[in-house]
Design a protein around this ligand. Structure first.
Ligand SMILES: [Fe+2]
Ligand SMILES: [Fe+2]
Length: 358
């Protein structure tokens, strides 16, 4: 192990050899943490003196290097998308096609991973919620396309539709988007307009009707209860139905300014309810939930009787109700009134507790 000079500054990828604790005794980062952008921002926030021991990235296993590469790619996407939105705000027409190529490269790095969902959700930068949400939806939509054996062209379209689905929010007042309490009817009506703004922006910038329709129709629901038009059934393009599912999942389980973060299991139950009530496409929803739950197999979870266990089997027809092992007992959640609450702390919660700003 290559221990470093104590006077060298910390940087991305380094591994802490000591806990970092504030003056008041609050644990900021645990020994062994490999530093990501969000950790460095956290240290900056506390004006932390970087002269502490750490190990260099060269000590890290190949898998971790790959994860770092992906994190860098994701951070690049976030930063580029942030710049694109800034250009739009000052009336410029940005180059989206060049950006789409970099995004596809990020998707290509992730698509074959057994832990693709962990990789996406392991790198959340809560100071960048708006951009992070767009990148998450883009990557999730691409993954759904892959597990459903869509053509490469459709997967590309999903990735591109996903990244810009909320682009119209640049035209909505930030005070409304960032509001911490519930919205008035008028404010909610303003937020709903991001679909119309997004459609017009994408027609102006790209002239691509299919991508623009993703922005316009991603809040429509199959039963006609969505907005802005109230379209229903097959009048909503199939790829947009996929975007709606990726968008719902990420919006529910990512912390927002107006509600606390919810677990992916909470989000999965909402998706299933919406599929059963014919709001979301049932085939796509169940396929996505099967994929998610299989990625969560073997992870430590808590169930609502307080016990800790792990998912050991995901049923095909009811993937949201797996068989869970808690010590010596097996619970088949299809047959009893128990449900999974969340993962046992994965070391992310000290970062999650920081409120995002849009
Ligand atoms: Fe939206
Ligand atoms: Fe969204």
């Amino acid at each position: 192990m290559d221990s470093t000079n104590v006077n060298t500054p910390l940087s991305f990828g380094d591994i802490l050899e000591h806990d970092i604790v504030t003056e008041k005794g609050v644990l900021l980062l645990k020994k062994g943490t490999q530093l990501r952008e969000s950790h460095l921002h956290l240290l900056d926030h506390f004006n932390w003196d970087y002269r502490i021991n750490y190990k260099k990235e060269s000590d890290v296993l190949g898998q971790k290097n790959s994860q770092i590469k992906i994190e860098k790619l994701i951070n690049d996407c976030i930063n580029q998308y942030s710049s694109i939105l800034e250009k739009i705000k000052i009336g410029e027409l940005p180059d989206l096609n060049g950006f789409f190529n970099g995004l596809k490269e990020t998707y290509d790095e992730i698509k074959g991973l057994d832990n693709a969902i962990d990789v996406i959700y392991g790198f959340q930068d809560l100071d960048q919620y708006t951009y992070q949400h767009s990148v998450n939806v883009s990557l999730l939509a691409g993954l759904i396309g892959k597990i459903m054996d869509f053509s490469d062209a459709d997967i590309c379209l999903l990735i591109n539709m996903g990244i810009v689905h909320d682009i119209g929010k640049v035209k909505v007042d930030n005070n409304i988007l960032n509001k911490n309490c519930s919205l008035t009817n008028q404010e909610y009506a303003e937020i709903k307009k991001h679909t119309l703004h997004g459609y017009q922006l994408l027609i102006d910038i790209l002239g691509n009707e299919k991508i623009a329709e993703g922005a316009l129709l991603h809040h429509e629901r199959l039963d006609g209860t969505g907005y802005p038009i109230g379209k229903s059934g097959q009048n909503i393009p199939f790829l947009v139905q996929v975007i709606s599912i990726a968008d719902s999942f990420d919006a529910i389980c990512t912390e927002r300014s107006y509600h606390e973060q919810r677990s992916p299991f909470f989000a999965i139950n909402i998706l299933i309810q919406d599929a059963v009530s014919h709001k979301l496409n049932s085939e796509v929803t169940y396929t996505f939930v099967r994929y998610l739950m299989n990625q969560y197999k073997g992870k430590k979870i808590t169930i609502n009787n307080g016990e800790i266990g792990e998912i050991i089997y995901v049923p095909y027809d009811e993937p949201h109700k797996p068989i869970v092992r808690c010590e010596d007992r097996l619970y088949d959640l299809r047959n009893i009134m128990l449900k999974i609450v969340d993962f046992v702390d994965l070391g992310q919660k000290e970062l999650r507790s920081k409120k995002p700003t849009l």
